[in-house]
Design a protein around this ligand. Structure first.
Ligand SMILES: Nc1ncnc2c1ncn2[C@@H]1O[C@H](COP(=O)(O)OP(=O)(O)OP(=O)(O)O)[C@@H](O)[C@H]1O
Ligand SMILES: [Mg+2]
Length: 371
């Protein structure tokens, strides 16, 4: 095999994204990993300046060009770049200068630099979602313990108030026992809500778009703030095996939040909620790898999640609204967890996206029930 064919094959087989550049930082070659990381084919990129592949990250290119002039190696860790498509990626970047002599031997071969990129987003995402799942499990067991401790004495309290009410002949006094009973009920309802769905899920084959449409209808009926619902569905998504009522609850909590956030901007604002569905292949959630996962994005152009709450919105009792109980998202997250799925959120003013990941076919968790 000719050496150049051999090296091209070698580059293609690497998992790292490789870009070969000439003296002027013009792209000569992208390997497969680079094509998929940068969402651009080798044919389209060839002959263009490296900076054309990105919208931002230009400072990095200037630093890179400086390093290249000095013929010194270049490495930068965890840099954020925005691709021409608008997608943000986080990468480790290393540039290596090729042997100066070897490039000048043949005229056509002007390769001078090899850029190596390691995507970090997936790694960051996995560790972030593991933290999310662990936090969810911890808070659930805390709530379970607390709920048990609250509900027992509460039952006694309520029963005693009922007995007392029977003994009292003065209606002015039974008003007081009524207050005790009502407050005890309110507290019990709150604790039940915190515990999340207590039924075992009733799974069947359901169409995810049917869930979204049902929720959209419910939401539009709720009040008169005008919200434009935009659908971006992939109609080829197969049925998922899930609990219809629970999924409705999970999606409703998220869409209701979006609508509440949009309402704060007043009627002049062009309020939009976008519902987007996609299928993703080979996707890991927690420690399980799924062949196919449905992703549902619920995007609103509202004010965005408060900065202080950004990392804690999925915890129970975390709320940024004066009349909020802070349970909606924690309930949605538990429902998704029961379906081996996950909810993630990203938010900035004007663009808040909650993504629900639902595995198409639940896989058997070998680690389950081992404790
Ligand atoms: N789309 C969104 N835009 C802006 N902020 C949001 C959005 N979704 C959630 N939030 C913030 O996250 C907080 C937590 O939401 P969550 O649904 O868990 O509780 P809540 O809406 O306050 O109360 P509940 O849903 O129990 O009535 C909200 O109070 C709000 O501050
Ligand atoms: Mg809510």
């Amino acid at each position: 095999m000719k050496p150049e064919r051999f090296s091209a094959q070698l580059l293609e087989s690497l998992n790292s994204a490789i870009i070969v550049l000439d003296d002027e930082l013009t792209v000569l070659f992208l390997n497969h990993a680079a094509e998929s990381l940068l969402e651009c084919s080798n044919n389209r990129a060839e002959g263009f300046p490296l900076s054309a592949l990105f919208l931002t990250g230009l400072q990095t290119f200037e630093d890179l060009a400086d390093a290249i002039v000095c013929e010194s190696p270049f490495t930068q860790r965890s840099i954020k770049m925005v691709l021409a498509s608008g997608k943000e990626i986080t990468i480790d970047l290393a540039a290596t200068l090729l042997e100066p002599g070897s490039a000048s031997k043949r005229k056509s071969d002007s390769a001078r630099y090899v850029l190596e990129m390691q995507p970090l987003d997936r790694i960051l995402r996995i560790s972030r979602e593991e933290t999310l799942l662990a936090a969810q499990t911890t808070s659930r067991s805390l709530i379970r313990g607390l709920a048990h401790e609250i509900k027992n004495p509460l039952g006694g309290l309520r029963g005693a108030a009922q007995l007392l009410a029977k003994e009292l002949s003065d209606p002015a006094l039974t008003d007081y026992t009524q207050v005790i009973i009502e407050e005890a009920d309110r507290l019990r309802n709150l604790v039940d809500k915190m515990l999340g769905p207590n039924k075992l899920s009733q799974r069947s084959a359901i169409n995810v778009h049917e869930v979204l449409e049902r929720v959209a209808k419910l939401l539009l009926a709720e009040n008169h703030h005008r919200v434009n619902i935009i659908r971006d569905y992939d109609p080829s998504i197969p049925d998922i095996y899930a609990d219809f009522e629970q999924l409705i609850q999970a999606v409703l909590n998220i869409m209701r939040n979006a609508k509440q956030a949009l309402t704060t901007l007043g009627p002049e604002h062009d309020s939009k909620i976008t519902l987007r569905t996609r299928v993703i292949r080979q996707f890991t959630i927690g420690r399980l790898r799924h062949r196919l996962v449905v992703r549902v994005d619920i995007i609103d152009n509202g004010p965005g999640i408060d900065k202080e709450l950004l990392h804690s919105v999925f915890y129970p009792m975390v709320s940024g609204r004066p009349d909020g109980t802070g349970l909606g998202l924690s309930i949605s997250q538990s429902i998704l967890q029961q379906h081996q799925g996950l909810i993630e959120s990203v938010s900035e003013p004007g663009n808040t996206c909650f993504s629900l990941y639902i595995p198409l076919e639940p896989v058997k968790d070998e680690h389950e029930h081992t404790h």
